[in-house]
Design a protein around this ligand. Structure first.
Ligand SMILES: *Cc1c(COP(=O)(O)O)cnc(C)c1O
Length: 476
């Protein structure tokens, strides 16, 4: 009986390990949230880390929960109030438990019967989101593994629907292109290249001084592209851009797309969540005019990664990504089988991602998301004010949301300031009390924060500026 498989599946051992781990996580949550632990990140050189985590499969042993606790303490602490790095949520613990359940159940979800609650939950979550975005009852969609994959999926659907040729059967028979702001996330560029459109297939529209698409240039770029023989399929609006959190004018893009019968896609991976904030939903005015919208629940809505919604204004379009037109017409005549999600997603087997959103949204209501998004965006304005009040700091652009770019200004030239800010950011990560990132904007290096922790208060933001100012003296 005591063979290795019985050990692995022993219910009492699981109970004990689970209780220990949950206790450790709850203690960890209390300590990090209170800022009692020093480290927001424990920096290690990649090669050192690789060695540290080496193992010998022929010599197993050690306590599994001890191992998990070691991973816990050496990882980036998103629940720490001094975490303000990449755009990802400190998970709501209850949503993380839904993740545990999903991992435990391993319902594959590819076909309906392999995840009945998971499928129904997912579709209900996506339809509730579509409604929150202002779409009508025809809207529909699904969840998928990240904004990157969701943007690609949306563009494949757009090409299938808008291209003159039958792409699914014939391939790219003439050169196609999409239009997007030069400030868009790099995954949109990749999407065009993955679809085989090459560099010419991504038409980058210059951005204004606020890093928003200059929509008044769309017409000119479109005319040039068509004159050069390109079949333009779509325009992608950024809501918001990744580097600076700048929102494109979605209504202007919608009007342009309507005029030329182009697909209008919104990459709302980060800022699509603005629809939940009564105070800030004006930032995404026009979002419901889009043919498709991507939004990450794991960025601004407290959900474990990766949980991304892809919403289509016309739900039947969501079935066209992986079908020929002829097949689609046939499918339309029959049942669209909304409940067999893999017909519409890249994934065949997929985890029960909807449950992580559902448990939050159903238990706490829309008020939870409104409170979180509103508070974090408000904090962006608070931090911008502190930066502007400090003579040694420069703000890249007035923030529209919770992404803020700034830099320390020394008397040196642009090159010297670039070097200095990069050194400051390196020193901050290596010390690890704060976690933030850096970005390049028009040839200048900026420090960049995304405020995602409700406990990142004004005192902590002031302490960050003090830390940066202090490091500007000691790092060079
Ligand atoms: C984060 C982000 C993405 C990528 O989403 P993932 O979920 O990380 O794949 C795409 N677009 C924008 C605007 C983003 O901010």
């Amino acid at each position: 009986m005591e063979d290795i498989l019985s050990q692995v599946y022993a219910p009492e051992a699981f109970r004990e390990a689970g209780h220990r781990l949950i206790d450790a996580l709850a203690d960890h949550l209390a300590n990090t949230q209170a800022g009692k632990t020093e480290q927001a990140i424990t920096w290690q050189q990649p090669d050192e880390a690789l060695e540290r985590w080496q193992f010998d499969p022929s010599n197993p042993g050690g306590n599994a929960v001890d191992l998990l606790q070691k991973i816990l303490t050496e990882s980036v602490q998103l629940h720490h109030p001094r975490y303000m790095g990449h755009q990802i949520s400190p998970t709501a613990p209850i949503a993380a438990l839904a993740g545990l359940l999903s991992d435990f159940l391993n319902n594959g979800m590819g076909v309906y019967e392999m995840g009945i609650p998971g499928t129904a939950i997912e579709v209900n979550v996506v339809r509730a989101l579509a409604k929150q975005m202002g779409f009508g009852p025809a809207a529909d969609g699904f969840l998928t593994s990240g904004g990157t994959l969701a943007n690609l999926t949306a563009m494949l659907a757009a090409r299938s629907i808008r291209a003159e040729a039958n792409i699914w059967q014939e391939g790219n028979v003439r050169p196609m292109a999409l239009m997007v702001s030069e400030e868009a996330h790099y995954c949109v560029d990749r999407t065009a290249r993955i679809m085989g459109w090459g560099e010419a297939g991504i038409i980058k529209i210059p951005a204004n001084e606020r890093f928003q698409m200059r929509t008044e240039l769309l017409e000119e770029y479109y005319e040039n592209a068509t004159a050069n023989g390109l079949e333009v399929i779509a325009v992608v609006g950024s809501a918001c851009s990744t580097s600076t959190g700048s929102f494109d004018d979605l209504e202007a893009i919608a009007a342009f797309c309507a005029k030329h019968n182009l697909w209008f896609h919104v990459d709302g991976a980060h800022g699509g969540a603005s629809v939940f904030s009564q105070k800030y939903r004006h930032l995404v005015k026009g979002i419901s005019l889009a043919d498709s919208v991507v939004m990450d629940f794991h960025k601004m809505l407290l959900t474990p990664a990766v949980t991304t919604a892809l919403v289509f204004k016309n739900g039947t379009h969501s079935y066209q990504t992986f079908t020929q037109k002829a097949q689609y017409l046939f499918a339309q005549a029959t049942d669209p089988e909304w409940f067999n999600l893999a017909r519409r997603t890249f994934e065949c087997t997929k985890e029960m991602m909807g449950a992580k959103v559902y448990v939050l949204w159903r238990t706490y209501g829309t008020a939870l998301f409104d409170t979180f998004v509103t508070r974090m965006y408000d904090q962006g304005a608070v931090f911008a004010r502190l930066i502007k009040n400090h003579p040694d700091f420069e703000l890249a652009v007035e923030p529209e949301c919770n992404i803020v770019c700034f830099r320390y200004l020394s008397p040196g030239d642009a090159e010297a300031n670039n070097r200095l800010n990069a050194q400051i950011r390196k020193a901050i990560v290596e010390e690890g009390h704060f976690y933030m990132v850096q970005t390049q904007l028009r040839g200048l290096t900026w420090l960049r924060v995304t405020l995602v922790n409700p406990r990142t208060d004004e005192g902590i933001l002031e302490a960050l500026l003090d830390k940066v100012a202090q490091l500007s003296i000691t790092t060079h």
